[in-house]
Design a protein around this ligand. Sequence first.
Ligand code: PMP
Length: 307
Amino acid sequence: MGIKKVDKIWVDGALVDWDDATDHMLTHTLHYGLGVFEGIRAYKREDGRTAVFRLTEHIDRLFESAHICTLEVRHTRQEVIDACVEILRVNKLTSAYLRPLIYLGSGALGLGSMEPPVRTVVAAFEWGAYLGDDGLTKGIRCKVSAFRRGAVDSIMSKGKICGQYTTSILAKRDAIKSGYDEAIMLDGNGLVTEGTGENIFMVKDGVIRTPPKSASILAGITRETVMTLAEQLGYDLREEQFTRDQLWTADEIFLTGTAAEVTPVRELDDRRVGSGEPGPVTRRIQDHFFSIVKGADDAHNDWLTYI
Ligand code: PMP
C-alpha cells in the first residue's frame, strides 16, 4: 500500500515540502537502527470533527523510547504534540496516520559516536485498515512464527525502537509468503508475546487474557484502551502469559494496535478459532472501541485531542 503524498512534513521545528524532507545516505539510524517512532491515528468523528486518539500517551511513549535509547530530544513533549496537530491542519487531513520519528542524523558513523544530531520528524498521511477492511469484519488468518521475540534483557521491548522491527518484518514477510495475514511471535520459553505490530488477546470461557507488561511486548496504547473498555463492559480480564495450544483452543482471539485497531483472528496455524467467525466478545469490544475513537460516544473525551 503506497503512501499518498501530502504537502508538508514537520522536520526539526520547520514545515518542509514533502519532496524536500530527505536526509543523507550516511544517516546513522539508517545504518544501525537506533531511532524511535510512534504510530498515531486521527479520526474524523461522527459529528464531523477530527480528533487525534490518545496523542499525549503516544508522545509520552515516544519520549520514554528516546530515554531508553539515550537520545536527547531537542524539542519538548508539548512542541511535538503541537507539531502533530499542526501537520494535520496544514495538510488539511481529517482522517490520518501520524508518524513521529526521532533519529540520529549524519556526520559520523562510529557506533559510539555522539556527533550525529538527534533529529525529530512528524509526518501524516492517509492510511486505511492495516489488516484490510475484510480483516476487520471477517477476521484474519495468522501463523505462529519461527522467529522468537527477543528476551526482555536483550531487546528493550518497552521502547518503540526502529531496529527492533527487523524481527517483526522477517516474521511478517514469512507469514505473508506462506499465505497468512499476520504472524504471532513466542518468546524464548515458548510463551505467546504479540503480533508483529499488534498486541494479542484471547478469550476462553468468558475470561479475556493478554500477556502482562513484563513479557516481551510493547505496552500498546490500544491494548491499554481495550483493557479499560473490557473492564467497563464487565469482563473478567487477566494479564497472564499463555501457550500456543491455549491459543489453538481459545474461543476467540483478537489483535490490537493503532494501525490494526481491533482485528479478529479467525484462524491460527490452519486451525479454526472458535466458530471461525469473529466472536461475540471481540465484536462487542470492537464496536465499543470504534464508537469511542470515531463514533458518537464521548465518554472518553480525555483521550481525544480535537484538531
Ligand atoms: N506491539 C508492537 C510490536 C507494535 O509495533 C505495536 C504498534 N505500535 C503494538 C504492539 C500496538 O501498540 P499501540 O496500540 O500503541 O499502537
